[in-house]
Write a protein that binds this ligand. Structure first.
Ligand SMILES: [Zn+2]
Length: 332
């Protein structure tokens, strides 16, 4: 009903926009049925868009994808620069490609969408892409499908949850397939509250394409980041940035935030001006951390947005002994 209302609204807007050009005679009822062959073709077709760099070597692209997908039974057609259709010969091959994504060509993310009979090509949504996200640091005793789903929901809409055996033990680790919003910074982790203690859980992504170590977004490198000029980053001095390769599942090490939380890394407070006098005074710069009265590692990742918090809001967040936000603002 909502879609119908929205369609009616759009039609009304269209009529207003067309004005005198609008005529009821311009509506054509399409009554012809859809052939079985056409239906099958749609079912076996995926549309794909290269997320960051549309210009690729079209000679190499289809062959590279066929090798990656381990099938020859797919034909690739270029619709426009960076926008392709892939016609598979079998549902199994298509399913395998959809289930084992995300895929990249030269570290350039290829976002895939199922062909829909009644959707025009300009209406496919390539703003989201499913990624497998591992929860690094979730204690084995807490690994259940429900807990994994609840935590992974902080990254995006959860499509599927899997518990996998770790090595030759009976312990299981959790991962979730999550529909990631591509223009948002990658989420690095969350804190879980177990009642008696709190733990920092890190997110690690499977098949992560290149992404910006400054703003945390997929699709560009830090050297060309429009949000955070490269000259203002620590990366130029070969120092760790806000993001790093530790978001990739292959890198089995803690992020700098995890290292700080678990007491494996000292604070990187090089500028005395950014050392907070007290937790209440915190909020003057990015990536600060302090220890609480119980000497329990406590991480405060302050974003510029966080810096604008009122004193009351700060006090509330300190009261909960935790204030973590993603760094969305520009580096200072
Ligand atoms: Zn960036």
């Amino acid at each position: 009903m909502t879609d119908q209302l929205s369609e009616e609204n759009r039609l009304e807007a269209l009529c207003r926009s067309l004005g005198n050009l609008w005529s009821k005679d311009d509506v054509i009822d399409v009554t012809e049925g859809i052939s079985e062959e056409k239906l099958k073709k749609c079912r076996l077709t995926l549309f794909g868009k290269l997320y960051s760099r549309p210009n690729v070597n079209f000679q190499a692209f289809p062959n590279t994808m066929k090798r990656a997908w381990n099938t020859k039974n797919v034909s690739c057609t270029i619709i426009e620069t960076g926008f392709f259709s892939f016609s598979f010969k079998s549902e199994a091959d298509k399913r395998k490609v959809l289930d084992n994504g995300p895929w990249s060509f030269s570290s350039n993310l290829l976002v895939l969408q199922q062909c829909d009979l009644d959707v025009p090509e300009m209406c496919y949504d390539f703003t989201h892409c499913p990624f497998w996200v591992h929860l690094y640091g979730l204690p084995f005793g807490r690994v259940t499908k429900e807990v994994v789903k609840e935590i992974a929901a902080k990254v995006g809409e959860v499509i599927e949850v899997k518990l996998e055996t770790k090595g030759n033990t009976t312990y299981k680790v959790g991962k979730a397939r999550v529909n990631l919003k591509l223009d948002a910074p990658l989420k690095t982790g969350v804190v879980i509250n177990l009642g008696s203690k709190k733990l920092w859980i890190e997110f690690k992504y499977e098949q992560l394409p290149h992404y910006c170590y400054s703003c945390g977004r997929i699709g560009h490198y830090a050297t060309v980041c429009k949000e955070i000029p490269y000259e203002t980053t620590r990366l130029e001095e070969d120092l760790p940035g806000n993001f790093g390769n530790w978001l990739c599942v292959e890198v089995r090490e803690l992020s700098p935030y995890g290292k700080v939380f678990y007491g494996k890394q000292a604070a990187l407070l090089e500028d005395p001006n950014i050392v907070p006098e007290s937790p209440l005074a915190a909020g003057t710069s990015a990536n600060q951390h302090v220890r609480n009265a119980n000497e329990q590692p406590l991480l405060l990742l302050q974003s510029q947005q966080c810096q604008k918090e009122t004193t009351k809001q700060k006090a509330e967040s300190i009261h909960t002994s935790l204030a973590i936000t993603s760094k969305e603002g520009k580096s200072t």
